[in-house]
Write a protein that binds this ligand. Structure first.
Ligand code: PNS
Length: 164
């Protein structure tokens, strides 16, 4: 059985993440979406909120589970017996950082492989950070996020009168 992990901050999960989950879950027997529990990073959503939002969205994906992890990704991958790490590559700007992490992870744990899926062009510019920036000024974020998530982001910024 081939188990893969798709790790990330998912603060919040975007349509770009969902696309990578949908496509990579078709390549493996089981995909674990791993939400990094990083207390140092000041996140908009708590790790529990992020895990719960992802779980809600995964109802139609029978071979996808959602979990939180802390510490080194490779240690977590080992613990859950995942042989593959999945990452999305948006643009060349992601490449250097992702290459460094993938090579480090492989150096620490030689049995792990990282595979990259290139994001769909329509999501090439999309990131959770940019979505938060737009939302914080009351801009329209509905095209970037799954519909269930939009109001929860605005709520964090105290914005209630956005268009539904
Ligand atoms: O969504 P992100 O923030 O780009 O995800 C980054 C993530 C979670 C994949 C990365 O920061 C990570 O794996 N952190 C755990 C610590 C670790 O193992 N770092 C890589 C070794 S250098």
């Amino acid at each position: 059985m081939k188990r893969a992990i798709y790790p990330g901050s998912f603060d919040p999960v975007t349509k770009g993440h969902l696309d990578i989950i949908a496509r990579s879950s078709r390549l493996v027997d089981e995909l674990v979406v791993g939400v990094l529990n990083n207390s140092a990073k000041n996140a908009l959503f708590s790790v529990t909120e992020r895990v719960n939002m992802l779980k809600e969205l995964m109802i139609d994906f029978p071979n996808v589970t959602v979990d939180a992890f802390d510490g080194l990704l490779v240690d977590y991958a080992k613990r859950i017996d995942a042989a593959v790490i999945v990452r999305g590559l948006r643009a060349v700007t992601d490449f250097e950082y992702e290459l460094q992490i993938a090579q480090t992870n492989h150096e620490i744990y030689a049995d792990i492989e990282t595979i990259f899926l290139t994001t769909r062009l329509e999501y090439a510019y999309l990131s959770s950070t940019i979505v938060k920036e737009v939302a914080s000024y009351g801009g329209d974020i509905s095209r970037f996020l799954p519909p269930q998530i939009v109001a929860r982001v605005y709520e964090k910024y105290g914005i209630r009168d956005f268009e539904k």
